[in-house]
Design a protein around this ligand. Structure first.
Ligand SMILES: C[S@@+](CC[C@H](N)C(=O)[O-])C[C@H]1O[C@@H](n2cnc3c(N)ncnc32)[C@H](O)[C@@H]1O
Length: 268
């Protein structure tokens, strides 16, 4: 994640809470299937949720992981402010996935819809492997929707003037790889019990403009962070115009969302 202003808005992000909770539950389900192959013993150890946001998934993780302690880590103070408090064994820490403030390796390393904010996934996964204890589990979901018009149009608008100059040539390109690459990378890092999946979620939003609202709360924050306020308002307007010109004008609007999941175990 690039530094600077905290542009995560829990209310905007939470507008699509139902749609976003489906992949989160599916990821927890994958963790459950890894657990079924494990020793299934009583609660012990530590689970870490990287990029935990408002922590809803972290509390579900605490229930499902079998760990005695669950930590949610996020850079956004605004998101963490909404995190549940006073639940036994559940803690939230402000910090960066790139340099997690941890005392030792964890038994479950979990991340839902966050690692796409970090570049170079082969190098990132190599670093994160060091955080997983021997016998520990990894479960990650990242959006792989970069070929959808909602993402392509953002890149196209960023390449238009005056935005290209104002952004100094920056365009947000997704670091998310094809699923086969995650199989190769995890295998190469020595993980076993590999489970890599692609799921395309068929979200039905009330109208096409809601796709703009969705992307505004996530991908577009990377442009908002880099543009002066007035210029970002123009960027958003241009994005809306260009995206609505290519999306089918239907109500409800079908918003297909491709996501890549991977889960694995580190040998004991
Ligand atoms: C799309 S939200 C997902 C939140 C949560 N995992 C969920 O499933 O609802 C992405 C979160 O990742 C966090 N994030 C992005 N880059 C990060 C980084 N380098 N270190 C820690 N958190 C990061 C953001 O602050 C944001 O809360």
């Amino acid at each position: 994640m690039s530094g600077g202003r905290d542009l995560w808005r829990p209310a905007l992000y939470g507008r699509f809470a139902d749609e976003r909770s489906r992949p989160l539950r599916d990821l927890l389900g994958m963790l459950g299937s890894l657990d079924a192959r494990g020793d299934g013993s009583a609660r012990r150890g530590v689970a870490l949720d990287l990029g935990c946001g408002t922590g809803e998934g972290t509390s579900w993780l605490a229930e499902r992981s079998g760990c005695a302690t669950t930590i949610g880590l996020d850079t956004s103070a605004a998101m963490l402010e909404r995190a549940p408090r006073d639940l036994p064994g559940l803690h939230f820490v402000r910090g960066d996935i790139a340099a997690p403030p941890l005392r030792g390796p964890v038994d479950v390393l979990f991340s839902n819809a966050a690692l796409h904010w970090l570049p170079d996934h082969p190098a990132l996964l190599a670093r994160l492997t060091g955080l997983v204890a021997p016998g520990g589990r990894l479960a990650v979901q990242v959006p792989g929707n970069h070929r959808h018009p909602s993402q392509r149009v953002a890149v196209e608008v960023a390449r238009e003037e005056p935005f290209a100059s104002l952004l100094g040539g920056f365009v947000r390109e997704s670091p998310v790889l094809e699923p086969e690459r995650y199989v190769e990378i995890l295998h190469g890092l020595g993980f076993t019990d590999l489970d890599v999946r692609v799921v395309v979620y068929p979200h039905l939003l009330p109208e096409p403009a809601d796709v703009v609202g969705w992307v505004r709360g996530t991908t577009l924050t990377d442009y908002e962070r880099r543009l002066p306020e007035q210029a970002y308002a123009r960027f958003l307007e241009r994005y809306r115009e260009a995206l609505l010109a290519v999306l089918p004008d239907e109500r409800p609007c079908l918003f297909t969302f491709r996501r890549v999941f991977f889960a694995a175990r580190r040998p004991g």
